[in-house]
Design a protein around this ligand. Sequence first.
Ligand SMILES: [Zn+2]
Length: 115
Amino acid sequence: MVLRVSPGKGLWRCMSCEAAGNAIQFVARKENISDKEAALKLLAGLPGVQRASQLEEKKSAVAVPPNVAADLLNRVAAFYHRTLFRDSRRWAFGASRRVALTAFAAPSGNARLSI
Ligand SMILES: [Zn+2]
């Protein structure tokens, strides 16, 4: 099985069965879970990240400063990178292929993660 990753587009495609998608969909297929479950699973693996529904009191949640949000995104990015790299080796990933991953937080507070 060969997995082709397009770093610029943040997408992957299986060259055997034509399955394709983004990072969350990658984890969803690998773990045989829904996209939502995959996203939550990835986030749950990060130290310091907690689902709002699991906070004791939602009102205690505070706005995250941009620099903290950027740090969180970097940790998410690192997690994705480790996950993809580990699996790519297992899947006989071509040695010439590279997975590039970036994350940034915009001044507006919007965040974007791309692989
Ligand atoms: Zn496939």
